[in-house]
Ligand binder design. Structure first.
Ligand code: AMP
Length: 210
C-alpha cells in the first residue's frame, strides 16, 4: 500500500522479480480490459475516467479470478488492491477458504509535500506509459522516452492542485485499511522517502522477517 507517487508500483515490480512471484496490479488489469474493450473494460472505463474507484463487486471478482491462476500458486504481490475495507475482507474470506492468509502488508510512507513534488514533476511516455522525473529519474534525451522514443508529457491530473486532491482522497479512502491491517498485526511501514534501492532493501527485509 502507498499513496500515488509513493513508489509502490516500482517496488512491487522489483519484489516480484527478486522473489519470482506474480505482480498483480488491479489498475493494470483494468487498463488491459479497457484496451480489449470487453464487458469488464466497458464497465470499468466510466469509473476510471472520472478518477473514481471501480465498484467492489467488479473489482473483487476480477482479482479473485486472477489469483486463482497457475502463476499465483507460489505466491504473489498485490499492487493497488485492496483499496476498500470490503475488498480487504473479501480477500481474507477467500484466502481462508483455501487455508491461506495475507502474509505481510507493506505500507510505503511518504509525506504529502514529497508526494506533491514527485507527482507534479512527473513525465509519462505517451506511447508506453513509462514514468520519468526531471530530477529523480530523467530521460537520457530530454522529452523522449528511453525505452521506445515516445514523446513525454505531463498528465493533466499531475498538476499540483489536483495532485493534492488525489492524495487527500487516497488517505481518506485507505486510512481505515491501514488500521485494519495494523490491528491484524500484518502492517509493516517502510520509509518511502529514501532512494529506490534502499527502500527496496527495507521492503525485502520486512518480507524475509515473515
Ligand atoms: P492505478 O493504476 O492503481 O492508479 O488504478 C487506476 C484506476 O483503476 C483507479 O483510479 C480505479 O479507477 C481503478 N482501480 C484500480 N485498483 C482498484 C481497486 N482496488 N478498487 C477499485 N478501483 C480500482
Amino acid at each position: 500500500m502507498g499513496a500515488p507517487g509513493s513508489g509502490k508500483g516500482t517496488q512491487a515490480g522489483a519484489i516480484s522479480q527478486k522473489l519470482g512471484i506474480a505482480h498483480i496490479a488491479t489498475g493494470d488489469l483494468f487498463r488491459e480490459a479497457v484496451r480489449r474493450g470487453d464487458e469488464l473494460g466497458q464497465k470499468a472505463k466510466s469509473y476510471m475516467d472520472r478518477g473514481l474507484l471501480v465498484p467492489d463487486e467488479i473489482t473483487i471478482s476480477m482479482l479473485l479470478e486472477r489469483i486463482a491462476q497457475a502463476d499465483c500458486r507460489n505466491g504473489y504481490i498485490l499492487d493497488g488492491f485492496p483499496r476498500t475495507l470490503e475488498q480487504a475482507r473479501a480477500l481474507d474470506r477467500a484466502l481462508e477458504e483455501k487455508g491461506q492468509a495475507v502474509d505481510v502488508v507493506l505500507y510505503f510512507k511518504v509525506s504529502t509535500e514529497e508526494l506533491v513534488k514527485r507527482l507534479s514533476g512527473r513525465l509519462i511516455c505517451r506511447d508506453c506509459q513509462a514514468p520519468y522525473h526531471p530530477i529523480a529519474s530523467p530521460p537520457r534525451v530530454a522529452g523522449r522516452c528511453d525505452q521506445c522514443g515516445g514523446e513525454l508529457y505531463q498528465r493533466a491530473d499531475d498538476s499540483p492542485d489536483t495532485v493534492r486532491k488525489r492524495i487527500e482522497v487516497y488517505f481518506a479512502e485507505t486510512a481505515s485499511l491501514i488500521d485494519y491491517y495494523r490491528e491484524a498485526g500484518k502492517l509493516t511501514e517502510v520509509d518511502g522517502t529514501k532512494g529506490i534501492e534502499q527502500v527496496g532493501e527495507e521492503a525485502l527485509a520486512a518480507l524475509s522477517n515473515e
